[in-house]
Design a protein around this ligand. Sequence first.
Ligand SMILES: NC(=O)c1ccc[n+]([C@@H]2O[C@H](COP(=O)([O-])OP(=O)(O)OC[C@H]3O[C@@H](n4cnc5c(N)ncnc54)[C@H](OP(=O)(O)O)[C@@H]3O)[C@@H](O)[C@H]2O)c1
Length: 312
Amino acid sequence: MGATVAIAGFTGRLARLITEALVRQHPGVVVHGICRSPEKVDPKLRSISNVKVFQASSDDAEAIKRALLGVDVCICCYLGDNGLMIEGQKTLVDACIAAGVQRYIASDWCLDYRPLELGDHPTKDPMIIMRAYLEEKEKAGSISGVHILNGALTEVAWAPFVGWVDAANATFRYYGTGDEPLDMTTMPDAAEYTAEVAYDKSAKGFFQIVGDRISVKGMAQAYSHAYGVEPKVECQGSLDELYKSAKESFKQDPKNAYAWMGPHYQYYMGNGSTTLRGTLDHDRYLGFKPKSVEEFLKEYTKDSVGNAYRSM
Ligand SMILES: NC(=O)c1ccc[n+]([C@@H]2O[C@H](COP(=O)([O-])OP(=O)(O)OC[C@H]3O[C@@H](n4cnc5c(N)ncnc54)[C@H](OP(=O)(O)O)[C@@H]3O)[C@@H](O)[C@H]2O)c1
């Protein structure tokens, strides 16, 4: 059994990791990589014989459809503004339907946004909208939507812009008690799981995976064990105070996502509303054992771990 998998946003980090996992786990797979700038595709990916690269901008429905002919499943790895994440994804879904693609893996890989209302966590609005769009198409029998939820990506949770960790300066910060459980999964693990879901024709709907569920205080402890440095752990205030400052920073500068994105993640993960609930789906694929934070930290130094996401 073979499969042809299209990946849009092919120049991105997750797209590269998913492609590597696909060809490693399923050597017979064919990958159609779709991107606006083919010259940016990693030469290592280009050199794989069963990877074909297609140039298409996110609003060029015809070029996208040509890249999707003969494809079983499309994985969207777009990351950008709401225009891309909503209109760009709708164009991609419509092109999938026009080309006869059976399944669409949405650009999610995140916390459980299903309990959120539009406007709660602005970067999750496109996911709520795309879930509804896919459900509508699914009801019409046109395509099946697939969503992978993994909490934060561990590399991102340790990046300074989120606000929990300043690893290079051995400082951890929290709102609330510091014991609130936070879900996180490394990018390579999310990619490995996605490759299995893509290859598995019966995989439809939501899938939940978690490498670790750990508090900010737990992250500080893991850091101390890994690097032999005792970090400072600072309380910044209550979750109510965090909510007010997150909403205020969004109101002041909605276009500057870096100003408000971190506090929104901290609030909606810290208050438990987006924690993954119910059964995890690890056992669907034998041998899937995502890394804990302790295992993740072994791959970095205290000075490089904050840059793990950017260096992927
Ligand atoms: N849960 C978390 O903590 C977390 C954190 C980060 C990411 N994620 C998720 O992971 C997924 C991918 O993230 P990533 O880190 O791999 O992203 P990335 O490395 O930034 O790649 C994004 C891709 O989108 C493409 N893109 C951006 N703007 C575009 C446009 N206007 N038209 C066409 N293509 C465009 C980029 O193409 P160019 O190279 O041409 O710009 C690139 O191929 C997303 O679903 C994101 O939500 C989750």
